[in-house]
Design a protein around this ligand. Sequence first.
Ligand code: BTN
Length: 244
Amino acid sequence: KDIDIIVYDEIDSTNTEAKRRLYSSDVKDFTVIVSDMQKGGRGRTGKSFASPKGSGVYFSIILHPKDFYDFSYFDLTTVKAAVAVVEGIKEATGKVAQIKWVNDLFINGRKICGILSELDADFESRSVKSVIVGIGINVNEPKDDSFKDLKDIAGYIGTDVIRNEILSSILNAFYENNYEKKDKEIIEYYKTHSLVIGKDLTFELNGKKYTAKGVDINDKGNLIVDTGEKRITLSSGEVSIKGD
Ligand code: BTN
């Protein structure tokens, strides 16, 4: 299937551009917006996402489901995206990333990819109209000194990797995950590449701090943890791996 890919040399944020274009009549389902750099890359929880020129792959995919979907569609879309990025990076580079729930990707203990999914939804009826899936991957370490603060934090896939190959492999995998593969198969893949299953985790829920073991990912992509006394299902939020 042909998809539209809109390419920029620079932009504020591909997610913001996707939002600006969301309902213009010529935007098809699965339109991709990609930029060589972002001046205002956005991360989750209001953080910024450093997006130096030539160093990463920064893109957003607009999904317009044909019918209105329940919120669980949105949760699974993020799972499908995380799995597609692992698959795409593996195909293009041979490197295998692991997924830290919900959707950060790590290689050798360093974060190499973050995903910011945003939705346009009717909160009363819990139905999703459109989803923007924004994916940022650190490919090569930036040469520019202004990013040296990232040195001890960010990870990079490696130097001799062609960014376009990573992008095309991920887009193919994400397309298959959305329209061809069974959800069950995708969740299985997610689980086998999970960084949190079997680990002691810390997190906050309703203002209370917990330590619990990650035990499973359910069919909605929620994380199930065991405190020793009870099991808790987490549908969103951040967890930390104890000792990291
Ligand atoms: C995170 O790690 O918290 C999520 C980072 C998401 C970054 C990507 S880069 C492409 C797209 N455009 C943005 O402004 N953010 C996402």
